[in-house]
Unconditional design. Structure first.
Length: 216
């Protein structure tokens, strides 16, 4: 399953509009359903906006909707930070991985399809933050930025939605990103730890199989 890649620059989140976002979320869900039925990924659709065939990095998040209104539980989240493959192909790949290959959860079952919502986040290219801790605090903004922490073989990423869900400030955000990388919570103070920020454009189903709206 490969789209022919061009030498075009990677797609950036601010190039995409709601029409693109709705298509990507529907593609994420339909890819999972196709994999359940056929056991293989679907071919990415053709004849769409050329933007969607440019290389793109994306995450797919799957959440189970609880009995109480607004209650959600993470059911899978996987993506890529490198815009190597066409965005359409990336969404197909990471949707299937989020549903069936997230090591934190058992594979998604057919019975759950009407209980989960799909969200697609398209990532910008990573921007390094300075090595001074003060620059790292001032360089990120909760609600705008995601964070990647790298030290040696350890790497952790948190999407911009995460601190909003938990009510974190910038210090909390950096600390939990370190923990996500399997490092001490204060690792962001170490100049040998690399910190990057990025932005996203995200769209999500409001309810399972329902209306799709922009979330960031």
């Amino acid at each position: 399953m490969r789209l022919r890649t061009s030498k075009a620059k990677p797609v950036e989140p601010d190039e995409l509009d709601d029409t693109h976002g709705v298509l990507l979320v529907r593609l994420a869900r339909s890819s999972v359903e196709h994999f359940m039925d056929k056991g293989v990924p679907p071919k990415p659709p053709e004849g769409l906006d050329e933007l969607l065939t440019k290389p793109g990095a994306a995450f797919v998040t799957i959440q189970k909707v609880g009995a109480r209104r607004g209650e959600k539980e993470l059911r899978g989240c996987i993506g890529t930070i490198s815009p190597v493959h066409p965005l359409l192909e990336t969404v197909v790949r990471v949707a299937i991985d989020a549903a069936f290959r997230d090591p934190r959860f058992p594979p998604l079952t057919r019975n759950e399809l009407d209980e989960v919502i799909f969200e697609v986040s398209v990532l910008s290219r990573l921007k390094p933050l300075g090595r001074d801790p003060r620059d790292r605090i001032s360089g990120i903004k909760v609600g705008r930025d995601g964070v990647v922490v790298v030290r040696g073989p350890n790497q952790g990423l948190l999407l911009p939605q995460v601190p909003l869900d938990y009510g974190w400030n910038e210090l909390d955000f950096l600390g939990y990103a370190c923990i996500k990388a399997g490092l001490p919570a204060n690792c962001w103070l170490d100049k040998n730890t690399l910190i990057y920020r990025f932005t996203v454009a995200s769209w999500s189903e409001v309810e399972p199989r329902g209306r799709i709206t922009r979330t960031l």
